[in-house]
Design a protein around this ligand. Structure first.
Ligand SMILES: *[C@@H]1O[C@H](CO)[C@@H](O)[C@H](O)[C@H]1NC(C)=O
Ligand SMILES: *[C@@H]1O[C@H](CO)[C@@H](O)[C@H](O)[C@H]1NC(C)=O
Length: 186
């Protein structure tokens, strides 16, 4: 009986785990430009709806985390609507510029370092600015920066919960919840 229970539990756990992979549903048409108005004549669509300029321009990386994310998603290019893709430029300051640990709830991401830099896990340990380009499998990937979401939540998460979850002294949690949690996403 114990053996059977163990088997059932193992099978349930095995079925419950899977590799995470997120993306938009497959598009059903060639394009469908996002508009605020509900009734839009497709004839009004222009090349501007598919255009964004300035990705070549270096961004200011003086924020406390030393990075600056320029998102190019459906909010910047309305023509990306239903195309299931977007991108971002990430500028890293030298000597420790960091794109803090985060997740994209609606997308999987590929990151390419395009300008000299020594980036380990989104941390630039090189002595020059570094730039990476991210390709994301969603028109609106979303971003959850872990530290901000946990310690900078508004309203705050109950400190007793965080104290127990992180197994630290309550003072540590109080300290972290008092910090200003920078957002490096524009
Ligand atoms: C659509 O509306 C939102 C919110 O009112 C606004 O921020 C945005 O700029 C508008 N977009 C366009 C393309 O007009
Ligand atoms: C990113 O860079 C732009 C332009 O250099 C600047 O206006 C913006 O404030 C910067 N954002 C952050 C979060 O540092």
């Amino acid at each position: 009986m114990e053996g059977l229970k163990f088997l059932v539990v193992s099978v349930v756990l095995a079925l419950a785990s899977s590799f995470a992979s997120a993306s938009d549903p497959s598009p059903l048409q060639d394009f469908c430009v996002a508009m605020n108005e509900t009734m839009v004549d497709p004839q009004q669509v222009t090349e501007k709806d598919f255009f964004f300029s300035g990705l070549n321009v270096p961004r200011d990386t003086s924020s406390p985390v030393g990075s600056n994310v320029t998102a190019v998603n459906v909010a910047q290019i309305p023509g990306l609507n239903t195309l299931g893709i977007s991108l971002a430029r990430i500028d890293f300051a030298p000597y420790g510029g960091l794109n803090p640990p985060h997740t994209h709830p609606r997308a999987t991401e590929i990151l390419v370092v395009v300008e000299v830099g020594l980036i380990h896990f989104q941390l630039n340990v090189g002595k020059t600015n570094a730039v990476a380009l991210a390709s994301l499998s969603s028109q609106n990937p979303g971003v959850i920066t872990i530290a901000n979401a946990v310690f900078g939540a508004d309203p705050p998460i109950n400190p007793n919960v965080l104290t127990k979850a992180f197994q630290v002294d309550k003072k540590v949690v109080d300290y972290l919840q008092k910090q200003f949690w920078t957002d490096n996403n524009n």
